[in-house]
Ligand binder design. Structure first.
Ligand code: TRP
Length: 352
């Protein structure tokens, strides 16, 4: 493999079905970098990360296959990307242990992602959960990745990985590039409830990549809205690539559901339609029933080809297994190179 190309690594945890949050957070970025000839892309199913929270063996078995099928269905291409299973490359765990010697317990306890999980599962705060970001840093550094396409919620983990890389390079003279957070939308895909982000663990918050038109219509119809008229306050401090506005209804209350709706409109129909709607919101008023029906249709049109491709792939078990086996081998080859270098620099070189 070429050394001049930049490396990309990403993964999605194998837990349940993928939704629009994953699609815009991680997958769109993964696809964009795969299409760019300047990058060499490694995409794994983060199946080992799945056991950092309580799980059922049968569910894990189903989910890791589901993520592989979803990867292929959305257009990740085994000709251009190395597709593999994290658990098939034991060097991830090996590097994770070496790196753990560089990280303080306090640092891991203070990560927001750790604190959230402690709240969700207070009776299951395991060592695996605490060292989740170290395994993730190992995933990234093992392939010397420069870019990591992930959702905004993963940003603290990328920062942790950068810090670990920096420390390792300065203490042991390793040559890890500092990995960069890569995100196309630049913000959370909002929950359909209007509060927080789209999340698998919040009912009514998400649209699955597998949802049919009727389901999408029903879910979109439930986004809370207002009378259709109000004020839009555009934020000048936009950190995101999306247009950034807040909506206040006729009584001056913030309409968070309207914001969710407008973000989805921008993602699926473009920013000019969102701007048109914002103008109407402040003049003649919006008719949400129509807007929602149109939006549901656009979402389904984007998902339909993915669903059709997935249905075909489900029947091609041998092809899918061969793709993963080949990806696992390529990943192992790269991983072995890095581990040999790390072992040598940490002092585990051969005796004689
Ligand atoms: N933590 C990521 C998530 O929950 C999954 C993941 C594991 C990952 N290892 C990674 C993402 C390495 C990018 C790079 O979505």
């Amino acid at each position: 493999m070429s050394k001049t190309k930049q490396r990309v690594l990403s993964g999605i945890r194998a837990t349940g079905q993928l939704h629009l949050g994953n699609y815009f957070g991680a997958i769109k970025g993964m696809l964009a970098l795969q299409e760019d000839a300047q990058y060499e892309t490694f995409y794994m199913v983060a199946d080992a990360h799945s056991i950092t929270t309580p799980y059922q063996v049968a569910d894990l078995r189903a989910s890791r296959l589901a993520v592989v099928l979803d990867y292929l269905a959305v257009g990740l291409d085994p000709q251009r990307s190395v597709l593999f299973l994290q658990s098939a490359v034991p060097q991830h765990f090996e590097l994770s242990f070496y790196l753990s010697s560089l990280v303080s317990v306090a640092k891991m306890q203070h990560l927001p992602t750790f604190k959230d999980k402690v709240k969700q599962h207070p009776e299951n705060v395991t060592m695996a959960l605490l060292s989740y970001p170290i395994l993730m840093a190992a995933d990234i550094l093992l392939y010397k990745a420069n870019q990591v396409p992930v959702g905004v919620d993963q940003k603290p983990h990328i920062e942790a990985a950068r810090e670990i890389a920096r420390k390792c390079n300065s203490l042991y003279r390793t040559t890890f590039p500092l990995p960069n957070f890569f995100n196309l939308a630049g913000e959370y895909i909002p929950s359909l409830t209007g509060e927080g982000k789209m999340s698998k663990t919040v009912d009514g918050s998400y649209i699955n990549l597998s949802d049919d038109l009727a389901t999408i219509e029903k879910k979109i119809a439930r986004i809370p809205t207002d009378s259709g008229k109000g004020q839009v306050k555009s934020l000048s401090t936009a950190k995101t690539k999306l247009h950034d506005s807040v909506y206040f209804d006729a009584n001056g209350q913030e309409s968070k559901g309207v914001k969710t709706l407008m973000i989805l409109v921008e993602l699926f129909a473009g920013s000019s339609l969102r701007k048109e709607y914002e103008a109407s919101y402040q003049k003649q008023g919006l008719r949400y029933a129509e807007i929602k029906k149109d939006l549901a249709k656009l979402i389904f049109e984007e998902l339909m080809p993915i669903q059709e491709k997935r249905a075909k792939l489900e029947k091609q078990v041998d092809y899918v297994s061969a793709v993963i086996e080949e990806g696992n081998k390529k990943a192992q080859t790269e991983a072995t190179k890095t581990i040999l270098e790390v072992k040598d620099k940490f002092g585990f070189n051969s005796f004689f």
